[in-house]
Design a binder for this molecule. Structure first.
Ligand SMILES: Cc1cc2nc3c(=O)[nH]c(=O)nc-3n(C[C@H](O)[C@H](O)[C@H](O)COP(=O)(O)OP(=O)(O)OC[C@H]3O[C@@H](n4cnc5c(N)ncnc54)[C@H](O)[C@@H]3O)c2cc1C
Ligand SMILES: NC(=O)c1ccc[n+]([C@@H]2O[C@H](COP(=O)([O-])OP(=O)(O)OC[C@H]3O[C@@H](n4cnc5c(N)ncnc54)[C@H](O)[C@@H]3O)[C@@H](O)[C@H]2O)c1
Length: 475
């Protein structure tokens, strides 16, 4: 039986970080991946194709705006060209995740399905067993398909198929108003689909600050039809290959004929096929592997990172967890994971940036908070760009330390990163005000928001009175 210091099951965002990191430290590493290529969901069915699609869709949408300046754009979209561009983006990044590259790093790559046999043994394709001093599970997640009467009788799309279609859906029903549903709904609408989103809870994008969602939703509603508090009762297949969805909203039942359906109703972890029970690894009722702050399962030799542990299902978090596991599993350190400074971005137009607590969470967890807000219409660069719909909202504790930061705006994911830096290095909001920002840039929105802290501090309460007195008496 082959012996390794570390076995990694799953060659996606998390697993590749661990395999590369551990091998570069000199550990003997085995990486098991069930597909013939590495890269996982993010590269093949997630972040990369979705962002490539969003980019094309927004280029087309923006191009149509030339009508405002007296020009017209004619013609139909050739979706094959769009898919080619998506594939080109995947291929470009695939080089970085190439099997040969990992082999050159010293990793033994096994193409096959990995299953646990014990606290140390992994079975590949039900054939070969290998031994690892430690094992990392990073098998990711897949789309959750809800039980809807009649759904099984029609063809539907998921994130695993939508990037390969060669037609623009005429009328697309999106089931689920989370980040996957909303990002793809807007992209398809911009390519020319009529899009209807069905969200069963009372709001779309539930992880976001309520005020931020309302701002984005106002803009999304110009491109999409959104039903919240709504559910699909059944789907009826029609003879002409269309589908009739029976939708129950709070006050009525609607029958709607659509050409296509996209399922974006959440994710299930890929933990049901790896024999967790056999190794005695504990998981919760949704199948997420339970880990401690060292990302270790109840079986001390087995770690779990990325979407399988259900903490923060993002590529950058899988990467961050992977780096920590290299330190703990390979070097034997006791590093604790800290999610307090994790940002994320939802790539709608305009983008949504999120870090830390929402206003609602901050009010629940802190007795006193401060909220500083800047509408983008107060920021010269956004005015010049005609992109004034949006805002920055920074929430601090009573001492001025940042506990939450949110924004809606063009490229917010890039220019809000400054706030992540400030929070991670323990800076107060006021310190962002002292940083010099070139004029006119989008990031000035952050500086304006930080300036509000000083305005509140210096121009309210007892300080202004004292300053006035000082100037009168001594200057
Ligand atoms: C449409 C979409 C858009 C997204 N956009 C973003 C975004 O913009 N930004 C962001 O941060 N996140 C985004 N995500 C989330 C991101 O893709 C995931 O959080 C990330 O891929 C998780 O990494 P992972 O390593 O846990 O899993 P993955 O990257 O999916 O890797 C898991 C790997 O394990 C393999 N595997 C599974 N079972 C086995 C087995 N038994 N044996 C061997 N191999 C196995 C799989 O084939 C896969 O290669 C998006 C997701 C989707 C679906
Ligand atoms: N830009 C990004 O970073 C990005 C983009 C896409 C996805 N992701 C990651 O992927 C994860 C999964 O995203 P997601 O959107 O699939 O899941 P999600 O769980 O965030 O959202 C799914 C939504 O579908 C709704 N829903 C479930 N069943 C339904 C039904 N039968 N009818 C109507 N609505 C229903 C849920 O109420 C929920 O709002 C996210 O949490 C995120 O971490 C990140």
């Amino acid at each position: 039986m082959k012996q390794y210091d570390l076995i990694v099951i799953g060659g996606g965002a998390g697993g590749l970080t661990v395999a590369a990191g551990a091998a570069s430290l000199g550990a003997r590493v085995a990486l098991i991946e069930k597909e013939t290529h590495l890269g996982g969901d993010c590269l093949h069915f997630g972040c990369v194709p979705s962002k490539a699609l969003i980019k094309v869709a927004s280029e087309i949408y923006e191009a149509k705006k030339v009508r405002e300046w007296g020009m017209n754009i004619e013609g139909n979209i050739n979706l094959n060209l769009v898919t080619q561009r998506i594939k080109a983006a995947i291929m470009h990044i695939q080089h970085h995740d190439d099997i040969d590259r990992f082999k050159k790093l010293g990793v033994d790559v096994y193409i096959g399905k990995g299953k646990l046999r014990s606290a140390h043994n992994v079975w590949i394709n039900d054939e070969e067993t290998i031994f690892g001093k430690r094992i990392v599970i990073s098998t990711g997640s897949r789309p959750f398909v809800p039980q809807i009467d009649g759904l099984e009788k029609v063809n539907y799309l998921t994130n695993e198929t939508i990037f390969n279609i060669d037609f623009v859906p005429k009328k697309l029903l999106v089931i689920g108003g989370g980040p996957i549903g909303i990002e793809l709904a807007q992209a398809m609408a911009r390519l020319g689909s009529e899009v209807i989103v069905i969200e069963r809870s009372n709001e779309i994008l539930q992880q976001e600050d309520e005020e931020i969602v309302q701002l984005v939703k106002k803009q999304l509603m110009r491109e999409l039809t959104i039903y919240t508090n709504a559910s699909i009762q059944k789907i009826i297949a029609t003879e002409n290959n269309k589908k009739i969805a029976v939708i129950r909203t709070q006050d009525r039942e609607i029958e709607m004929e659509v050409t296509d359906i996209l399922i974006a109703s959440g994710r299930v972890p890929n933990t049901d096929t790896i024999d967790l029970d056999r190794a005695g690894v504990q998981y919760d009722n949704k199948g997420h592997i339970i880990v401690n702050e060292y990302l270790q399962t109840n079986v001390p030799t087995i770690y779990a990172i990325g979407d399988v542990n259900g903490k923060f299902p993002f590529t950058h978090v899988a990467g961050m967890e992977g780096k920590l596991v290299v330190q703990n599993a390979v070097l034997g350190l006791k590093r604790k994971i800290n999610y307090a400074n994790v940002p994320w971005v939802t790539f709608t137009h305009p983008e949504i940036f999120h870090m830390g607590l929402t206003e609602q969470q901050a009010r629940q967890q802190h007795d006193r908070i401060h909220i500083f807000k800047t509408p983008l219409s107060n920021v010269d660069r956004f005015v010049a760009d005609f992109q004034t719909e949006g805002m920055v909202k920074i929430i601090t504790d009573k001492k001025g330390y940042i506990i939450g930061a949110h924004a809606v705006g063009q490229n917010a994911g890039d220019w809000m990163q400054e706030v992540v830096f400030a929070k991670q290095f323990g800076k107060k909001i006021g310190q962002l005000s002292h940083v010099i920002h070139p004029y006119p840039t989008h990031v000035a929105a952050v500086q304006h928001t930080a300036d509000l802290y000083w305005r509140e501090k210096l121009f309210r309460g007892w300080i202004p009175k004292l300053v006035k007195q000082y100037i009168r008496l001594f200057r």
